[in-house]
Design a protein around this ligand. Structure first.
Ligand SMILES: Cc1cc2nc3c(=O)[nH]c(=O)nc-3n(C[C@H](O)[C@H](O)[C@H](O)COP(=O)(O)OP(=O)(O)OC[C@H]3O[C@@H](n4cnc5c(N)ncnc54)[C@H](O)[C@@H]3O)c2cc1C
Length: 432
């Protein structure tokens, strides 16, 4: 079959329908920007609490990273635990790590409560070491995580790695049994349907263009102009992640959009799939220029990476297909003759400190900065921020941590430096 430049996950799902002719209400209590995991999770929670919620989505439900990702529902954060402790101290780091574990439970609970058919399974994740030094570091990490966070990870030495992965190129691995896998497009579709069932109104093709402060009948609030008309909202929650744009310029300057790309093969024979990933783990390697891969529920190899640093374009997607295929064959020479059927890309949201951030900026609520770890954390942050907007005081260790901008303020939201950053990370992988 010829290569299809299309998101494979979208071939497995029907997104919930919304009425494209309906006009926006004049007012609402909360306007949510973005219909991905963050926005829909917040909308569901708010609507269940009885708030009037309008979700404004520039494209369609799940159009952003939420339908395009690897479906790895991962524990932990992008930064290592020692780095986190040096940045935030023991107490907050403990809470952050605990939040990363709770975020998996949060996804599982929503899937169960809403009956979402998205192949959620606690199959665990496997990180594999590309160098001996990386493997040596696993032992230190496992010890710190057990001591500080009371969470057990398992080290897999090189000679036992075949029980985990059908590849001989790695120096060993580290397993966390708590992580899970999911079909992300089915999950975001289910989350959208659940938010609507709870009473949230979702408007697709409603790009928020401008936002201005405006009081109404003595109440402070916001006027949002969208491509489907305007509305007034008492509160705004921004969940636009890597697609954050000109409507929220202060937030846009804090986020670097980075492209990530994925290929999937034809359906593999059962025996081959079992050899490649005997325990069906969510797998990623230890490089900065990372590869991540897994089997799909219908037994394709899904293989992703930051094959080009710029956000996706037709050209970068096409080039990524061959780069990723070669990467996949390096890991799994068994797949040399296997056809790649799908290739697509999406945009990740990196903060300058590679941390998730949530809180209030210029009076608007937001949560973003998941840095490729957003399936669980975006769902969780959406829920916590909804509780805060509804007047609660959830314990959210990411709420209000320092949110750095670019060094010297040299960034206006257009990432001119990405090719240099890409080269820098390749260099780091070479020397470290
Ligand atoms: C290729 C790829 C692979 C990934 N793999 C994984 C993985 O395996 N595991 C993991 O944990 N994470 C992964 N991630 C990250 C994860 O997908 C994201 O962190 C998560 O989906 C973010 O969800 P979100 O709702 O915040 O943003 P998104 O899903 O990106 O949604 C943001 C939405 O906001 C909308 N929007 C933007 N501006 C406006 C506006 N002005 N008006 C209205 N709407 C607007 C956009 O149209 C978009 O639909 C991956 C990401 C990519 C791109």
């Amino acid at each position: 079959m010829a290569l299809r430049e299309q998101n494979y996950w979208l071939t497995t799902v029907e997104m919930p329908a919304t009425d494209q002719t309906r006009t926006l209400p004049e007012t609402t209590e909360v306007a949510v920007i973005g219909a991905g995991f963050t926005g829909l999770s917040a909308a569901r929670t708010l609507a269940k609490k009885g708030a009037r919620v309008v979700v404004l989505e520039a494209e369609t439900i799940g159009w952003g990273a939420s339908s395009r990702n690897g479906g790895m529902v991962l524990t932990g954060l992008k930064l290592g635990v020692n780095k986190l402790i040096s940045m935030y101290g023991r107490e907050r780091t403990r809470k952050m790590y605990a939040a990363s574990l709770s975020s998996i439970d949060c996804v599982e609970q929503i899937v169960r409560e809403e009956g979402i058919q998205c192949a959620f399974a606690r199959c665990g994740h496997l990180e594999v070491a590309c160098k001996q030094a990386h493997f040596d570091d696993y032992a230190r990490q496992v010890e710190v995580i057990a001591r500080e966070f009371n969470h057990e990870l398992k080290i897999v030495p090189r000679h036992e790695l075949r029980a985990e992965i059908g590849s001989d190129i790695y120096y060993g691995g580290m397993v966390d049994e708590i992580s899970a896998g999911v079909n992300p497009a089915r999950y975001v579709a289910g989350l959208g349907a659940a938010a609507m069932r709870a009473g949230a109104c979702v408007f697709e093709r409603a790009r928020v263009e401008t936002i201005e402060r405006e009081a109404r009948q003595g109440e402070q609030g916001w006027k949002l102009a969208t491509s489907r008309g305007s509305l007034w909202a008492r509160d705004i929650f921004v969940g636009s992640s890597g697609y954050t744009g000109a409507a929220t310029p202060a937030l846009r300057k804090k986020i670097i959009p980075i492209g990530s790309y994925i290929i999937t093969t034809d359906v593999l024979p059962e025996a081959v799939a079992r050899e490649l990933s005997p325990r069906n783990r969510m797998i990623y390697d230890s490089k900065n220029y990372i590869y991540y891969y897994r089997l799909t529920p219908d037994r394709r190899m899904l293989f992703g990476g930051r094959a080009a640093f710029f956000p996706e374009s037709k050209d970068s997607i096409r080039r990524s297909a061959e780069i990723l295929r070669l990467g996949m064959i390096d890991v799994y020479p068994q797949l040399r003759e296997t056809k790649v059927e799908f290739v697509w890309g999406g945009t990740l949201d990196f903060a300058f400190d590679i941390m998730p951030h949530a809180g209030q900026m210029d009076g608007m609520y937001y949560a973003l900065g998941y840095a490729g770890h957003g399936v669980a954390m975006a769902t969780y942050q959406g829920q916590l921020m909804a509780q805060r907007i509804a007047g609660g005081k959830p314990d959210n260790p990411f709420d209000g941590i320092p949110f750095p901008g670019a060094p010297l303020g040299l960034y206006n939201g257009r990432p001119w430096f990405l090719p240099f950053a890409g080269a820098y990370y390749k260099f780091l992988d070479w020397v470290s």
